[in-house]
Design a protein around this ligand. Structure first.
Ligand SMILES: [Fe+2]
Ligand SMILES: [Fe+2]
Length: 134
């Protein structure tokens, strides 16, 4: 089944929505590549893109939250950090030749993204909008 962004995840902040959409696209491409038995080097390259794209996205959100004094900044940043730690652990397992681990990455990322956008990102988006900051 396709891993897809959905209007339910629409925050109304263009840069955030574009980055979320890109993350969903990478996760979907990754899942398909793994299922189709793509070359390991291609999978690894896409995994690196996923990490870079996640880091960029988190930096964007953290800049917004920091600039406007979002009170739950620390909690939100720690969720980003723990996601990157989990992603990194999965990547290490994959690189250690546990091929079976590969599908864990898109599965983990899909669940994390959906949950985090709904529960975490909407918190600060609501905060910004209530103050006409976004
Ligand atoms: Fe976030
Ligand atoms: Fe986000």
């Amino acid at each position: 089944m396709e891993v897809a962004w959905n209007t339910r995840y629409d925050t109304g902040i263009q840069i955030i929505d574009e980055q979320h959409q890109e993350l969903f696209r990478i996760v979907d491409r990754l899942r398909r590549m793994i299922l189709e038995g793509a070359d390991r080097s291609h999978v690894e390259a896409l995994l690196e893109d996923l990490v870079a794209c996640s880091e960029r996205h988190f930096a964007t959100e953290e800049t917004y939250m920091g600039r406007f004094g979002y009170p739950d900044l620390t909690q939100h940043v720690s969720e980003h950090t723990s996601m990157l730690t989990s992603l990194h652990e999965l990547l290490v397992k994959f690189q250690e030749s546990h091929e079976a681990m590969a599908l864990m990455v898109p599965t983990f990322m899909e669940g994390w993204l959906k949950h985090h956008i709904s529960d975490g990102d909407f918190g600060f988006v609501t905060f910004l909008k209530a103050r006409n900051l976004a």
